[in-house]
Design a protein around this ligand. Sequence first.
Ligand code: AHR
Length: 345
Amino acid sequence: MKKKMVTALLAVSMLAGLSAVNVMAADDDTITVGFSQVGAESDWRTANTESMKSTFSEDNGYELIFDDAQQKQENQLTAIRNFIQQEVDYIVLAPVTETGWDTVLQEAKDAGIPVIIVDRMVDVSDDSLYTAWVGSNFKLEGQKAMAWLDAYLEAKGRGDEEINLVDIQGTIGASAQIGRTEGFDEAVEAHDNWTTLAQQSGEFTQAKGQEVMESILKQSGDDIDVVYCENDNEAFGAIDAIKAAGYEVGGEEGQILVMSFDTTNAGLTQTLSGEITCDTECNPLHGPRVEEIIQKLEAGEDVDKQAFVDEVAFASDDTVTKVTIDGTDYDITPITQEIIDGRAY
Ligand code: AHR
């Protein structure tokens, strides 16, 4: 975009007999960014879109071409091809699933456009097809959540009890689903007294989370001890379904314990009320992180190929305040209204 603009100005200036100095002064430094966003499936996603839009604003020197793919990979492929045609300076991709990107990313590479992957990861045969990735360690999120559950049940004297779990998964094939499901599966596998009753996708939406929970409740409502929702919106839907079916949500015996991910404002509010017992953070504020990468590339500096965001976790009470994964301690913070009020999303 910048290059095209300068060329056009040069031609106009030469016709008008202006000097080269005037041409340089007229150069437009606007950086054009094409952003292919997954969709608007969750509160997390809304916060993520807002972070990107407020960062890549005109005032900050950017032209943002935003495309909402409505959770469909084919829409993302079309958007990327449009960005290539428009000769954007950078392509930013929040991929819906990990696989299926090799061809289109090769096209971007052939066009000389750097691609920055954000949030979920891509699984490509050649890492040079993208310039950098920034996002969450989704497996670690799942491990923290399940380590919390283990310590919580132990502290409540239920360490040896038979525990039946339900996993409402995210969009199948998305890094956030793959990592969180792995964390869940490995923990269930490690406990002889834990059983997975059902494992089904809620597609990261409230409506699907509710629908899936309703059907699982019909089959085995009386047996469920724990519902592990792979994001806050699924948890909102699952909680509605659980309550509508006449069961209680909460962390005490006889209640259905609901766990979640994202720590959005609404998710933490339900954690404070005790309806969600543990909510593990997935930080959506990637706009400034992606901008830092772009500014370094503009300055000709090296960037990290992959960067994980530091994340925390919150619980409805102080039964468990720390978990340890692979020798590293992670705090689990009892949620308060002050914490919720001080957070940006
Ligand atoms: O990839 C991040 C996940 O996607 C968030 O957990 C979820 O809310 C979103 O839809």
